[in-house]
Write a protein that binds this ligand. Structure first.
Ligand SMILES: [Zn+2]
Length: 236
């Protein structure tokens, strides 16, 4: 079968879209758009078997390892900073721009090729080829190219499927990695000023907003899906 990265006809291997290392041993409750699926526990995270050949799969290893190290092992300050004007809590952290950005872009790209319900909203169209070239060249480009904004949940809400969204009509995806939300701009136009301040950049520390999971939009999405599921599947 054809590998989606090198485009050669090769034997394809199992690819985790979100690296296995992000999933706890007892599995995760998956929250997808299909209410019937919500309860599924996925011990190792969603994977596909027909995206990449073995040689290409190996290319993702360094980014996956760094993504896991940075997001799960970096010692973030225990108390977030306060942002004066809006009163929002955030962390700042030293990071490797190329590795962290390529991690998010590679998850987005794998999500585009995945058949898993988690990622069905990701449709990169013409951007697929551009991101594929960035992956092959290991080139994260400039902060305004496929900008990434990162937030962390104070309590892990479970895994939520990736969603299309737009800010000021700029096309973006919300990508949920256990415990985190990344906004990735998939649009040639730059983010508007105030959001542009928050994007990952090699010139400064990463800014990571803290989301109160109990009050978050995501929490409501989950509650609604669970309610719909229960209505559709009444107890006998
Ligand atoms: Zn390949």
């Amino acid at each position: 079968m054809k590998c989606n990265l090198c485009l050669e006809d090769k034997k394809l291997v199992k690819s985790h879209i979100i690296p296995r290392s992000f999933f706890k041993s007892e599995g995760y409750v998956a929250i997808t758009s299909n209410a019937a699926e919500y309860k599924k526990r996925i011990p190792t995270g969603p994977y596909d078997e027909d995206i990449l050949c073995l040689d290409c799969e190996k290319k993702f290893c360094a980014w996956d390892t760094y993504g896991n190290e940075f997001l799960n092992r970096t010692e973030l300050p225990t108390k977030p900073f306060k942002e004066g004007d809006e009163g929002k809590d955030y962390f700042e952290a030293e990071f490797d721009y190329a590795k962290l950005k390529m991690f998010f872009l590679s998850v987005l790209w794998r999500g585009h090729h995945s058949r898993q319900e988690f990622f069905f909203e990701i449709k990169l169209d013409l951007h697929e080829k551009r991101i594929r070239e960035m992956i092959i060249a290991n080139d994260p480009k400039k902060p305004d190219d496929y900008s990434v904004i990162l937030s962390k949940f104070d309590e892990d809400p479970g895994i939520i499927s990736a969603q299309y969204t737009n800010y000021d009509r700029i096309n973006c995806y919300r990508l949920y990695i256990p415990g985190y939300k990344a906004i990735i701009k998939v649009d040639k136009r730059p983010m508007k000023d105030e959001r542009r301040e928050l994007i990952l950049s090699p010139e400064k520390k990463a800014i990571i907003f803290l989301i109160n999971a109990l009050e978050s939009k995501e929490r409501n999405v989950m509650k609604k899906r669970i309610k719909n599921y229960n209505l559709a599947h009444p107890k006998p």
